[in-house]
Design a protein around this ligand. Structure first.
Ligand code: CTP
Length: 216
């Protein structure tokens, strides 16, 4: 028996892409690496991992069930379809906005500049963390910040109602790189994990989750 055997964990990863028309979209620079490594580390510890992933160029980790999505709305629906779960970890870089309408035909570029209207996407982490019924026991978010990292992450944890937030300094080459430097912030502690390989962060986080479920 491994340490997370019997626990179902839903992880979001990668970017979302929001279609403007059949050939254009809005997105961001997320590679999905950190979320995929977390999914892999959790599966290695025996968890039943559902990886809800935006479009990335990564193979599905061993022993992980991947659900592929494109947009933020699809990602939210896929996460909700996987509940109930014991843990939810939002690692995805969800696109903040989507076009108010997705055009069925390629739009004229001159018209797009003046007619492209954006609407805000649903906040997947907050939606899951504030569920009245079926909220996972442990809800974890990431806070990708380029400045005032800790201060902004603390405020984000409270705003999104999640139990832990991993504060992530993305001012350097973190987006797309293999290394990460983070802090784990909960309501009673702040732990620093100095710059290390993203696989190392995934292992440290997975071990904290194991400890949380063993009451250590
Ligand atoms: N997140 C989410 N759904 C969104 C936006 C963010 O689930 N629509 C999650 C991310 O997966 C991450 C956390 O919320 O776990 C924080 O994401 P971040 O991009 O840092 O925060 P935003 O809410 O976009 O805030 P801002 O861009 O204003 O810093």
């Amino acid at each position: 028996m491994t340490s997370l055997t019997g626990k179902k964990i839903v992880v979001t990863a990668g970017p979302t892409i929001e279609a403007i028309d059949p050939v254009r979209f809005l997105s961001n620079r997320s590679s999905g690496k950190q979320g995929y490594l977390i999914a892999e580390a959790l599966a290695h510890r025996g968890a039943d991992v559902r990886l809800v992933s935006g479009p990335v160029c990564l193979p599905c980790p061993f022993d992980v069930t991947r659900i592929e999505v494109e947009s933020a709305c699809e990602m939210l629906a896929a996460v909700e379809a996987e509940l109930p779960a014991d843990v939810f970890i939002a690692v995805a870089a969800v696109s903040d906005w989507r076009p108010a309408e997705t055009r069925a035909r390629k739009a004229e570029k001159s018209a797009l500049a003046t007619t492209l209207h954006l609407v805000e996407n649903p906040d997947i982490l907050r939606t899951i963390a504030t569920r009245k019924t079926g909220r996972p026991d442990l809800v974890i978010g990431f806070a990708a910040e380029t400045h005032d990292v800790l201060e902004r992450a603390r405020a984000k944890r409270r705003r999104k109602d999640c139990d832990w937030i991993i504060a992530n300094d993305v001012s350097g080459d973190v987006m797309g790189g293999d290394e990460n430097a983070v802090w784990l912030i909960s309501d009673h502690e702040e732990i620093v994990w100095p710059r290390t390989q993203k696989a190392g962060i995934a292992a440290l986080l997975s071990d904290r989750i194991v400890a949380a479920f063993s009451g250590i």
